[in-house]
Design a protein around this ligand. Structure first.
Ligand SMILES: [Zn+2]
Length: 211
């Protein structure tokens, strides 16, 4: 099941069929009812680099361009519970308690990049280990529950100690942060956190952590 099919099944929005026969530029499958790409994306579409070679857009994939909400908001979709948008304050709660599979979660930040285009074939089949998309990353991100729990707990603890999200995400700490850590005896903890540098799941857990 592709993300377009999941959105179609969950939201029961109407499907728009075309008459172009060929390969879909989004999901790479053959279709006889494709739409021309210009009928699907707007003039200011910025995601050309995310598309694959092909002739058209299949009706299922056209769904994901049919509503600006998919780009502007964070959302969760599942076959059983349908589609809903959420505020990023709820993101951690949703990630740890997702709907019954098949489902998919997208976290928007500025609401400008359609990074779920990288996840067309990444619909989740497990609620403990699954891929999701986050607007800041041009790749699907893998959620592993135990790892994510550990990361979230540590991110919250670090935030409570006054470490900034920016420092946690880049994995480098200011001199004043190190000094405070040495004075208060949590320098080993800080060193451990710097080891998560470039781990995308860690970065997202820092982003969604609330204290
Ligand atoms: Zn398609």
């Amino acid at each position: 099941m592709t993300l377009g099919e999941l959105l179609l099944n969950a939201s029961q929005c109407s499907i728009n069929q075309g008459n172009v026969q060929g390969v879909c530029m989004i999901c790479n499958r053959e279709t006889k009812e494709g739409l021309k790409i210009k009928e699907v994306v707007s003039g200011n579409f910025t995601g050309w680099s995310m598309l694959q070679s092909g002739d058209c857009v299949c009706p299922e994939c056209a769904i994901i361009f049919s509503d600006q909400t998919f780009r502007k908001k964070s959302w969760v979709v599942s076959e059983k519970s349908g589609f809903r948008v959420f505020k990023n304050d709820e993101a951690a709660e949703i990630m740890f308690n997702p709907p019954e599979p098949p489902f998919f979660i997208h976290i928007a930040k500025q609401g400008q990049k359609q990074t779920w285009l990288y996840c067309l074939h990444r619909v989740a089949t497990s609620n403990k280990r699954y891929f999701f998309s986050h607007e800041a990353y041009n790749v699907p991100i893998f959620f592993e529950r135990e790892k994510a729990e550990n990361y979230l707990q540590k991110a919250k603890h670090a935030l409570q100690l006054g470490v900034t999200k920016r420092e946690l995400i880049i994995g480098e700490f200011k001199t004043t942060t190190w000094r405070k850590a040495y004075e208060q005896g949590y320098n080993d903890f800080l060193k451990e956190l710097s080891g998560y540098k470039k781990d995308l799941l860690w970065e997202v857990m820092v982003d969604v952590a609330r204290v």
